[in-house]
Write a protein that binds this ligand. Structure first.
Ligand code: ADP
Length: 231
């Protein structure tokens, strides 16, 4: 349908943007790596050389930061649309975008929502959040499994759980999970920006995100979002 095409185009744009950003950031990262190598491996080093190295490292960090901020600004600009949506339908439409992978990998999907599913939400942020969590869950279940999305409400907080029965996350990876460029996926497949952007979007909504994971058992992401009054 037209709506689906639109969605796919948007995903392509975000994907292309992520690829471009990754490319742009490899240069400053490469510089940082080389100068760190210099600092570590050549001693004694004259003071002016140390100063020069640190200056290059600083400006490379500055440059990477700038690139990341533009990416976030882009997603912010395109995305500040609040709407009343039926959460179950909304989740459905996002899952539909991954239907091919879900079929190929034999993943069983369940959406568990209570009767009242209509919420006033930032649709663009929620789309980014769910798209990233669902894509990661699917990638974690190459040999099949179950993907469960649960939504509920506790007082003025909307809760969304994304549960998978995939490979799980190593304990020592958990603390790096939301940092930019942390990825365990092969080059070209992972950018390590998905959860970083997800975290930012959750922050923007003044919400919280938690992760529980067990190796070979699966992973659960918990999203808590404060509900706004409907305008
Ligand atoms: P990317 O998907 O590009 O690697 P993300 O920031 O979305 O970047 O995820 C970072 C890393 O977190 C992934 O490479 C993977 O190792 C891990 N991860 C995220 N979600 C899951 C999940 N549901 N199951 C297992 N590992 C996950």
């Amino acid at each position: 349908s037209e709506q689906q095409l639109l969605q796919e185009n948007k995903m392509a744009t975000i994907g292309q943007l992520a690829a471009a950003v990754t490319h742009e950031i490899r240069n400053p990262l490469g510089l940082i790596r080389n100068y760190c190598y210099l600092l570590k491996n050549s001693k004694p080093l004259e003071e002016h050389k140390i100063k020069k190295a640190v200056t290059v490292i600083e400006s490379s960090i500055e440059k990477s930061n700038h690139i990341i901020n533009s990416l976030l600004d882009f997603s912010r600009m395109a995305n500040n649309k609040w709407e009343k949506v039926d959460l179950k339908d909304f989740i459905h439409s996002i899952i539909a975008l991954q239907q091919n992978k879900i079929k190929q990998q034999q993943i069983e999907v369940t959406i568990e929502c209570k009767e009242n599913n209509v919420y006033f939400v930032n649709v663009s942020s929620l789309e980014i959040i769910l798209m990233n969590l669902i894509a990661n869950a699917i990638d974690a279940m190459m040999d099949g499994g179950r993907l469960i999305l649960q939504c509920g409400q506790q007082n003025n907080v909307l809760t969304i759980k994304c549960i998978d029965t995939g490979i799980g996350i190593e304990k020592e990876h958990l603390k790096k999970l939301f940092s930019p460029f942390f990825t365990t996926k092969p080059r070209g497949k992972g950018t390590g920006l998905g959860l970083y952007i997800t975290y930012n979007e959750v922050q923007k909504l003044e919400g919280k995100i938690y992760v529980h994971s067990e190796i070979k058992k699966g992973t659960t992401f918990d999203i808590l979002l404060p509900l706004k009054e409907v305008i």
